[in-house]
Each structure stands twice: as C-alpha cells, then as structure tokens.
Design a protein around this ligand. Structure first.
Ligand code: PLP
Length: 320
C-alpha cells in the first residue's frame, strides 16, 4: 500500500510553519529554525494531531462509535484524542494514570471542555483499567476504538514519515533535527520519512522518559511494523535511530533547572512557549549539546516543537 492511499481525516492545519529563530540563533551562535507542530490547531495543537488523522480515519472505517485512549493526567495525546472525537462526533473515554484530580487546569481542563469521560486508573494500573473500560463500552454496544498509548502504532508513525516529506517540501535542509521522544511514534516516522523522502538531517530524539536502549528497540520494532503495514520500504538502519537519554533528570514530568532555562530562553528570545514535560526537556538537551560543542559551530539545527503548551498552566510553580 502506498502511504498516500492510507485513509485520512483532516484534523490538523498543515503544513505547519517553519520559522527562523534569529534571537536564539544570535544568542547560541548556531543557525536555528523551529517547526511549529504546536500549531497543528486542534484544541491548542501538538504532534498527536498528525497521528490522529490516520488513527481516526481507521476508527471511522471500522464504524467506531467512540475512541478510548490512555495517558498521564496531563497527557497531550489524551487531550488531542478527546478533541478529535468531539470534532468527528464520536464519544471519548480517557483512562488516566493515578487517582482523580480536579479538571481545572492544563490539559485536564481541555479534556473536560471537549466532553471526554475520564476514568482514573488508581492502584489497579492503567493496562487493567484500559481493558476494563474497553470491555464495558463494548458490552454497552458503543463499538469502541482503542488508540494506543501515545498514538504510537504504524498509522501514527506513517503520519510522521509524511511530516518529514512536508519539511522537505518547505525546502529547509538542517544538519540536525531535534525533538522530544517518548512513546516512539514520532521518531519512528521521522526516521522512515528521512529514508523514504531523502532527508539527510541527523534525526536526534531527546528522550523524556526512557533509557536509550529500550526506546531504540521500541522505535526499531515500530518502524518494522510500519514497513510491514505498507508492504514496502527498506528496513531502517539501527544507527539512524539516535536517542539521547542524558536529560531525564528527576524523571517524567519533573521539570527542573534544564527545563526552566529552556522555557525562559525560548520565551524571552523568540516569544515561543515550550511545554514543561516534553519540548523544554528536548530544548534543554539541545542547549547542552550546543554548549558542549557536540553540535558544530557551522551546523544548522531545526528544533521540532511537538506541542504540549497547555501543560504550562498546570506547572506554573515549577517553571517560574
Ligand atoms: C508535546 C509532546 N512532545 C513529544 C511527544 C513524544 O511523541 P512520541 O510519543 O510520539 O514519542 C509527546 C507525547 O506525548 C508530546 O505530548
């Protein structure tokens, strides 16, 4: 199957802009661009909207009545899934990790506004709660469609292969592409896209929660499944899956000095807002790589902003 013949519904404003970052470029002594996937548009945007164009098309093809997915309480993926469901007239249940929290800030507020039902996994763990919710909705005749964690399956990865083609068509040729990597779908897609559409940039994921070895294995497996789904394409080379896990700090969702500095620098030099969990960690990693000379003085960088901005309101105390 050709990637362009995958069923797709329009949810995102594409192509997202590529902008120069003159203030940061001057400050850091490197040519810097930014790809604005925080502006994909659906309920304040983010990278998951690209994946949802394919995931939701598959749900509609199967006659689903509702979407179910899972994530952390401040999950951007859950918020965008709930918004996609609202736009497509589908129901939505979000299975969130941990105990109930008030839906009065960040992504949780937006989940409530777009009408998602929240199920808190509590002590039983997310996988069990997800299965229970799915069974309950199926028994109720709702024909649920399960979107995997992070939207990271072959359909989600295909969306990011196409995003690399989009960047190629914008005629930007950076030496490096840096971005936040977590459930692996974004990176698997980018690596495939780079191979298929002739992008010579170094695709560098900055891990926000996983050590490099398991994340690399996950991305390799996902890339292989994507090739299998499409029935064509060359296998990815292991050395093209570049992951840096030096910036995990105190763990997932724990914003520290690295994230704070990146948020303030992007805001004050470019008027661009990073999120405290994903993009600020990736940008903090980028700053460290520049300062340590790992990115050469003559090399250009594209920072791929993957969204997450609504979380800043849930992290005001940590990031100020
Ligand atoms: C803002 C943001 N950036 C990056 C990522 C990572 O994308 P992926 O899970 O495809 O690796 C996520 C995932 O939730 C995200 O919300």
């Amino acid at each position: 199957m050709n990637i362009d013949s995958l069923p797709r519904v329009r949810l995102a404003s594409l192509p997202t802009p590529v902008e120069e970052m003159p203030g940061l470029s001057k400050h850091l002594g490197r040519k810097l661009w930014i790809k604005r996937d925080d502006l994909t548009g659906l309920a304040l945007g983010g990278n998951k909207t690209r994946k949802l164009e394919f995931l939701c098309a598959d749900a509609l093809r199967l006659g689903a009545g509702m979407l179910i997915t899972t994530g952390a309480p401040q999950s951007n993926h859950c918020r965008q899934t709930a918004a996609a469901a609202a736009k497509l007239g589908l129901g939505c249940v979000l299975v969130l990790a941990g105990d109930p929290q008030p839906a009065d800030g960040g992504n949780l507020l937006l989940d409530a506004l777009v009408g998602a039902e929240l199920v808190w996994a509590g002590k039983n763990g997310r996988d069990q709660a997800l299965q229970d919710t799915f069974d309950r909705m199926q028994s109720a005749g709702k024909n649920p469609y399960l979107i995997p964690y992070g939207g990271s399956n072959p359909l989600g990865a295909a969306a990011y292969a196409l995003a690399i083609r989009e960047l190629r068509d914008q005629e930007i040729r950076p030496d490096w592409i840096l971005f936040a990597s977590s459930s692996g779908g974004t990176q698997a897609g980018m690596v495939l896209g780079a191979q298929w559409f002739g992008c010579g940039s170094r695709i560098q994921g900055i891990s926000v929660d996983w050590k490099a070895a398991p994340l690399r294995a996950k991305i390799a497996a996902l890339a292989a499944e994507t090739i299998h789904m499409l029935g064509e394409g060359e296998a990815v080379r292991a050395d093209s899956i570049r992951i840096d896990d030096r910036f995990l700090g105190a763990g997932y969702g724990q914003a520290g000095d690295l994230e704070r500095e990146a948020i303030h620098l992007f805001a004050r030099r470019e008027g661009i807002i990073l999120d405290p969990v994903y993009t600020a960690r990736a940008a903090g990693g980028m700053l460290a790589m520049i300062r340590q000379g790992e990115i050469g003085a003559s090399e250009s960088i594209l920072f791929w902003h993957t969204g997450g901005t609504p979380a800043i309101w849930a992290y005001a105390r940590e990031i100020l």
